[in-house]
Design a protein around this ligand. Structure first.
Ligand code: WTA
Length: 651
């Protein structure tokens, strides 16, 4: 039997204890949601959230595709994550932190409460941050990043985390788009034991005109940083004066909780807005269902808080359910490829969640490392961010999980807030490289974009979600039209516009879903979304570049690599090209960050364009993959350009 079709049924013993134990229970939940959608969500919203004031209605679709959930309900997300656990779990570890250099901290729920309340008071009293104000968080992976998020939630401020790998210019764009009042950052942090810096990027970003009034700087690596008097303040100095009691702001179900900027196929990154109740409900429910974390378990997700996975599955989800979450500043392959497995052994990790890229790197660099450690605590292994290839899946399953752990291949997006398609550990029979089935309550379907009908087994279609769900994106910050156009413009089912994820997918003969990748101009590099338009803009900013087109191509470790076709102004000159590549890479680093550096750059005489001037990216994708060109090129303005490009690549 081919590896792809083989069905694994690991962990029966564990399943007996799981929250959803078997496929019958799964089907019952799906049926409940299908027959009584609002009743289904009401069951969970009423029991999982500690409401300050109950809601009067579950779902309001009258302004679709803008939907509202749990109408009139009041709550505070920080009390969901902290205060309500203090009765039963005040001395339980909320966060276990391991720093890059091996330094450790264990923060109990009581300590978390103490730190978050003081942080909230600082923002409120010293920086005058009020409900609805935007706060940018540009931080390393240290506990203060989680305190900052929860402190914002406590006072009703809207946080927007910018991944620390983004450049000053990318940071500035986000600060300006969000019209932020405050930036929270750190001097820097450590990577592979060496200090690196963050504060200088903030200084540079704030040279532009912005609405930022104050910058709060957490000390992490102790390196010297510039200080702007009256704007910059030291967290470590100010925090000591603050009281550990800060009343939680009463927030409406639909008050915004955070913005997170993510790449789309066109234009600048968009500020994906998530609101309070629906988001925190689904973050908790999926934590419970998909990872099945038990009271004494230790859960570790290796993401960075700068991405949605870090938001939902390092901070909000685990803390909402009262779990112990591990936060790791370092690199899983440093000082050697056993670092991650050593941590699993040391902390007796029960659920481990990472990206296929990390699995491929760990596999390549340390195929036999897992065997050197006691990994018997592991029960569930998760993957996220990109399709996982069967060889990586198999190594993860057999060598890391000892053929006993369920692999949960979780498919979701920044916009979905939490998982939407995933196996349930122990219950769902699994297949390599397959996200399996929609979670109960999520009406995910693969549709034919032309007819809006569900596709048959083996046919490809568009991954859609046909009903609103509580954790869905509420809007694109400052641009309601873009929300409608980006997500509800492509597919109609029964005449109604439905949410389209941007991904292609197919069903197998068991109805299992395999995600095949983006259908738009978004590249998935190491599980990070990159818009080709953004990378093209950065390359075009070089004075010698006349035209550019960027596409993705398969990459052994990163999933996809970035491939740029560049047309230079003036004469082609080999000696100059090497310099040019360096300079263009510098531009990319400045405008976006290291994560957008191109894997390939080729200088070509022209780009394949239609007579109306549209670049035929499909052809460029095929060439980048080294495929035979099967597309009809006769409609091109200049068909000879294709062979000229191929010649450049071979050369
Ligand atoms: C891709 C990350 C295949 C997909 C949580 C999606 C996946 C994009 C999977 C979202 C998976 C995520 N299998 N592809 N299990 N999970 N993707 O917003 O293309 O950073 O649209 O959210 O990652 O990336 P984002």
């Amino acid at each position: 039997m081919s590896e792809l079709k083989k069905i694994y049924n690991p962990n029966r013993e564990f399943a007996a204890n799981a929250r959803i134990k078997n496929m019958c229970e799964y089907k019952d939940l799906v049926e409940h949601a299908t027959e009584d959608y609002e009743g289904f969500w009401d069951t969970y919203a009423s029991s999982k959230i500690e409401w300050m004031k109950p809601y009067s209605k579950v779902l309001d679709e009258s302004k679709a595709p803008f939907s509202s959930w749990f109408i009139g309900g009041k709550l505070n997300v920080s009390t969901q994550c902290i205060d309500r656990h203090l009765d039963k779990r005040k001395n339980k570890a909320a966060i276990i932190f391991e720093g890059d250099r091996g330094d450790k901290q264990i923060i109990t729920y009581l300590e978390l409460s103490y730190n978050v309340n003081r942080f909230a008071n600082l923002l409120k009293n010293k920086f005058n941050v009020k409900k609805g104000d935007r706060v940018i968080i540009y931080m390393p992976m240290i506990p203060e990043a989680a305190y900052a998020m929860l402190a914002c939630a406590r006072i009703g401020a809207i946080h927007s985390i910018v991944f620390g790998g983004f450049s000053a210019e990318a940071l500035r764009d986000r600060i300006q788009d969000a019209e932020a009042k405050v930036v929270i950052t750190a001097d820097g942090a450590f990577r592979k034991t060496k200090p690196y810096m963050l504060k200088p990027a903030v200084d540079q970003a704030l040279q532009a005109e912005t609405t930022v009034e104050k910058v709060l700087v957490v000390e992490r690596n102790g390196e010297d940083v510039e200080w702007v008097a009256g704007r910059d303040y030291s967290y470590n100095e100010l925090i000591v004066d603050e009281s550990s009691k800060c009343e939680a702001e009463m927030m409406d179900s639909e008050d915004p909780l955070f913005l997170l900027y993510t790449s789309g196929s066109t234009g600048k990154p968009k500020g994906v807005q998530h609101n309070s109740a629906g988001y925190i409900l689904w973050a908790q429910m999926t934590m419970e269902w998909v990872f099945d974390v038990k009271e004494n378990d230790t859960y570790w997700c290796t993401a960075d808080v700068g991405w949605i996975t870090g938001h939902t599955y390092i901070v909000y989800g685990p803390l909402a359910m009262g779990a112990t979450t591990v936060m790791f500043e370092g690199v899983p392959t440093y000082p050697d490829a056993g670092r991650a497995w050593r941590m699993v052994e040391e902390y007796k990790i029960n659920q481990f969640y990472t990206a296929p890229t990390a699995i491929r790197v760990l596999h390549k660099m340390g195929e036999n490392e897992p065997a050197k450690y006691d990994l018997s605590s592991l029960k569930v292994l998760g993957t996220v961010g990109e399709p996982i290839d069967p060889p990586a899946w198999k190594w993860y399953y057999e060598d890391v999980g000892n053929s006993k752990c369920s692999i949960v291949d979780t498919y979701w997006q920044t916009e979905t807030g939490g998982h939407v398609v995933s196996p349930l550990p122990g219950a769902t029979p699994i297949k390599a490289g397959c996200a399996t089935l929609p979670l109960p309550g999520i009406m995910a379907e693969i549709l034919d974009p032309k007819t809006g009908e569900k596709v048959g087994a083996g046919e490809s279609g568009y991954m859609c979600i046909t009903k609103p769900w509580p954790a869905m994106i509420r809007g694109v910050w400052g641009d309601p039209d873009r929300y409608v156009k980006s997500y509800f413009g492509d597919v109609k089912k029964d005449g109604k516009a439905v949410y389209f994820t941007g991904d292609g997918a197919n069903y197998d003969e068991d109805g299992y879903i395999t995600i095949t990748g983006r259908t738009d101009d978004v590249i998935n590099v190491s599980g990070h979304r990159m818009g080709t338009a953004e990378v093209e803009a950065a390359i075009k900013s070089h004075a010698k570049v006349a035209e550019v087109a960027v596409v993705g191509r398969p990459h052994e470790l990163k999933g996809e690599g970035i491939f740029a076709y560049i047309v230079m102004k003036g004469e082609d000159n080999l000696a100059e090209e090497i310099e040019l590549i360096k300079e263009i890479n510098t531009n990319i680093k400045q405008e976006i960050g290291n994560i957008a550096i191109c894997d390939d750059m080729v200088f070509v005489p022209g780009l394949p364009k239609t007579r109306s001037g549209k670049i035929m990216r499909r052809i460029l994708r095929s060439i980048a993959k080294g495929e035979e060109i099967t597309q009809d090129i006769s409609t091109l303005e200049d068909p000879s350009v294709v062979s000229a490009i191929e010649k450049c690549i071979k050369g």
